[in-house]
Design a protein around this ligand. Structure first.
Ligand SMILES: [Zn+2]
Ligand SMILES: [Zn+2]
Length: 261
């Protein structure tokens, strides 16, 4: 049963719908016991670059105010946690950490939708046979994990590589080993299942099984109806069984000593 999910968005990212309360009600109806919000994190860039798929810095306060109030209101029904899903952008990561330092952030997910520093818009999620792009993703993710700030790597298999399986698995071994070394959970992403995307990618999870990574399941809900998603969860659990993965509840990620403000 899907009891805990720490990968859920809000309308602030400009590509999600419904209210935070709707998400919580959906989780409660499904019998979930822990729900984490991890909206696309605000990032401050330079030269007027504007990122349209994440909350703005001036929306952080409202995010916490709204969720803190709901956390109190629902405390007898479900435990609410507040975090962010963020890319690791080497050039701007320090400024990002400063930006959120004064807020009661409980955890960070890494979701590397873009590589480099986003401004050149090199995304992870379009088909590419470029080994160089694959290697850039791998190096950047491994470096991000080594910061110790991230509790979980969301959809580690978001990078869509159309080249050989051998090369893919050799590179992803670096990601899996880094996740293990820095005690970061790997997420099997239910949005990928729900939407029929290229992830979850069995070639990735085969490597995670060999490395012995600890994994978890995330709804990646962008609307209330997807918070509790038992059908996609069953598919994800099929991957867990197939590769003998050690799957834990999402709530484990706040025990890892990550994100110390
Ligand atoms: Zn999103
Ligand atoms: Zn997400």
């Amino acid at each position: 049963m899907l009891r805990e999910s720490f990968h859920n968005h809000t309308w602030r990212c400009n590509h999600a719908e419904n209210t935070e309360r709707d998400y919580i009600e959906s989780a409660v109806r499904g019998g979930m016991t822990k729900l984490g919000f991890s909206d696309h994190a605000p990032y401050v860039f330079e030269n007027g670059y504007y990122s349209g798929f994440r909350m703005k810095p001036e929306q952080i306060q409202g995010y916490f105010d709204t969720l803190e109030a709901l956390k109190q209101e629902y405390k007898d029904k479900i435990d609410i946690y507040i975090g962010f899903e963020a890319e690791y952008y080497p050039k701007f990561f320090g400024k990002f950490l400063k930006l959120i330092a004064d807020y009661p952030v409980e955890y960070l997910l890494m979701g590397q939708h873009f590589i480099h520093n986003e401004m050149d818009r090199m995304d992870s999620f379009h088909a590419s046979e470029s080994v160089e792009k694959l290697q850039t993703y791998v190096r950047q993710v491994a470096e991000g994990l080594s910061t110790g700030k991230f509790a979980c790597l969301a959809h580690p298999d978001v990078l869509w590589f159309t080249g050989s399986k051998d090369i893919y698995q050799k590179e992803m071994l670096i990601v899996c080993e880094a996740a293990k070394k820095y005690n970061v959970l790997l997420e099997i992403n239910l949005l990928g299942v729900r939407d029929g995307r290229v992830y979850p990618n069995p070639d990735f999870w085969e490597v995670a099984g060999q490395v012995g990574n600890t994994v978890t399941i995330g709804s990646d809900a962008h609307r209330a109806a997807d918070v509790y998603d038992p059908k996609s969860y069953e598919t994800a659990m099929g991957i867990v069984k197939r590769f003998g993965l050690n799957c834990v509840n999402a709530g484990e990620m706040i025990k890892g000593g990550h994100w110390l403000g």
